[in-house]
Design a protein around this ligand. Sequence first.
Ligand code: FMN
Length: 209
Amino acid sequence: MTLNLYSLNMDKGLHYEAIVTTQNEDGTPNAAPMGVICKGPDQVVLRLHEGSHTIANVKREKKFYVNLSRDPLLFTYSLISNPPSTEFKKEKHGFSLKNADASFFGQVHHEKKVEKKDAMGENVTLMFHSQVQDIKQYKTESEPLNRAICGIIEALVNLSRVKRAPVEKKKEYTDRMKEISRVVNRVGGVEHKEAIELIKKEFEIRVKG
Ligand SMILES: Cc1cc2nc3c(=O)[nH]c(=O)nc-3n(C[C@H](O)[C@H](O)[C@H](O)COP(=O)(O)O)c2cc1C
């Protein structure tokens, strides 16, 4: 059977959290948590901010590996520095991670610069539109990580607590709800967005009550 991104339970238009592995200029491997947008059965987009090793490597080499995982330590090591060198596996075009649930290779075919102003100020990102090849699935029941469901659960916990929260805590809950809603609307699918709208409406009622 030929694998594609849909076989890895990825859906078109959704944004997943993964670990992107690239090769540094000196040939050593680099890993970092990154969002990966699924654009079709064999197309993804990376949206990278300036300043990381990953963006420098992807700009120079036009290639990367995406590793799907739900391992908290793998994500943490990848953000703080790198996983131990024994975690990397040499591949034809660079490196992947040995203990990933699934991995695939991305070949950049198109780049676009996007400049936006947001809460963090002037925000410049590069969108790397890429062709996916060499999909490997190591764990058959693997689910790619999408933050929207985590957001929905956090929002529901917020909702269930807000009525009995003291007045000074209600502002904190309201701010948290705004941030969760922003994330869910950015990374979620239709049902996540429908759910967060329902939660927000109910929150408005309960926060006043
Ligand atoms: C879950 C998660 C998702 C992230 N997604 C992105 C992203 O899509 N683009 C980006 O530029 N940085 C993203 N980051 C931040 C990078 O992981 C972070 O800047 C990292 O230090 C870069 O490492 P590097 O210098 O080894 O590439 C994300 C971080 C986390 C924890």
